[in-house]
Design a protein around this ligand. Structure first.
Ligand code: ZN
Length: 393
């Protein structure tokens, strides 16, 4: 069994130990080394939380070091998966990536306060937890209203302002039996309890902050329905600050674009959106009118076609239907240009459009299909060549 130094002191960033074994292995398809120490402060990946990173140095020759790529725990033995070997039997010095560790302590302690608060206020359980560099998710077996989320957030932030001590202890079997605590699974052996008095009591193996004030603050970033309950995303401490800063930057940018104060940007964006919808509506109507005048001037051709630089597909179809109602020939609508190609709709009340398109594929690059009455797709070619092809049919 490896002695778990982080169990008693989450703030230990450096430690000395002995390398017990160093065996060659693979990590992400690359050559790596599995190093076991007699004791370690590296937290392994477990309980939904990613592992620590850092370096392990040869204590005598400090310039010899190996980077810790991954840490796992199997049957009480911690395995440090590293990029270089260290000699078994030598004394080593481990150095934890403290910034990453403290960030995770802030998130994990925050998670306990949220889960304990949800349990206390709503009688619901945390049934899933994931903590990585990217996100912190909590799954609950209940759903929440918007005001519930605000109440949880307010309550947990109050616990942070109260700045009380985290109580971590190892109860005896008898004491454990009498204790009301949260746990996702049946536990065996020595159980470690993390208590936030008045807020939460939970079995947990992870490093926690000493006092709740170190969590800094907590924000519930999002909550979505998930497997009949809720998946909640939270951010604590510096993560929360970084996100809030990015969101404020976005809000300032929207404020500049809309010339509205930050508190008024939502109605300003809604107004812009309404104006855009209105403009689109007018454009489609204007386009329809222009198509109808193109239709009128194309009617005298045996195989009438209309051509536009760009066009709403429904308007193009409307124009082609109009042509096909008046002409028995091949009636075509084309939108695009010679360089990029054209979107087309071809219709006829008397002739086989599908056969024509199949025949045209020998001359033009065409994608698309349909029925003998109507075919649509894209065509690459010069407008004059396509028009001349169709006029000879
Ligand atoms: Zn925990």
């Amino acid at each position: 069994m490896t002695t778990l130094l982080y169990d008693r002191d989450a703030y230990m960033t450096e430690f000395t130990a002995s390398a017990v074994t160093c065996e060659q292995t693979k990590y992400n398809g690359k050559e790596a080394y599995d190093i076991v120490l007699d004791e370690t402060a590296f937290f392994p990946e477990q309980g939904g939380q990613d592992c620590d990173s850092g370096v392990i140095r040869d204590a005598c020759k400090g310039e010899n070091f190996t980077s810790v790529l991954h840490v796992t725990i199997k049957n009480g033995i911690i395995h440090h998966i590293c990029d270089k070997p260290l000699e078994a039997g030598c004394r080593v010095k481990g150095e934890i990536n403290w910034e990453q560790r403290f960030d995770r302590m802030q998130q994990h302690s925050g998670e306990h306060l949220v889960s304990g608060t949800v349990h206390r206020l709503f009688g619901a359980d945390n049934v899933g937890f994931h903590l990585s560099a990217r996100e912190v998710t909590l799954d609950f077996n209940t759903t929440f209203e918007e005001q519930d989320l605000e109440l949880i957030e307010e309550t947990v932030n109050r616990a942070i302002y109260e700045n009380f001590e985290t109580h971590i202890f190892f109860p005896s079997e008898e004491e454990l039996k009498a204790l009301d605590y949260r746990s996702k699974k049946e536990l065996t052996g020595q159980v470690r309890i993390v208590e936030y008095p008045g807020y939460d009591v939970c079995a947990c193996c992870a490093p926690h902050v000493r006092r709740t004030g170190e969590i800094g603050s907590i924000r519930i970033i999002a909550a979505e329905h998930f497997k009949g309950g809720t998946r909640m995303w939270i951010e604590c401490g510096r993560r929360s600050l970084r996100t809030a800063r990015a969101q404020l930057r976005d809000a300032r940018a929207i404020s500049r674009i809309t010339s509205a104060k930050i508190g008024d940007i939502v109605p300003a964006v809604e107004k812009l959106n309404d104006a855009l919808k209105d403009a689109r509506f007018k454009l489609v109507k204007f386009e329809r009118d222009s198509i109808m005048s193109l239709v009128a001037s194309a009617m005298d051709q045996p195989n009438p076609t209309i051509w536009l630089d760009s066009c709403d597909q429904d308007n193009l179809r409307l124009g082609v239907n109009e042509l096909a109602a008046a002409s028995a020939g091949f009636c075509g609508g084309f939108s695009g240009n010679d360089a990029d190609g054209y979107k087309f709709i071809l219709a006829s009340s008397a002739k086989d459009c599908r056969a024509l398109i199949n025949e045209m594929k020998a001359t033009f690059e065409i994608r698309g299909g349909g029925t003998p009455d109507m075919v649509q797709g894209t065509i690459r070619g010069i407008r004059d060549a396509i028009e001349s092809y169709l006029s000879n049919k």
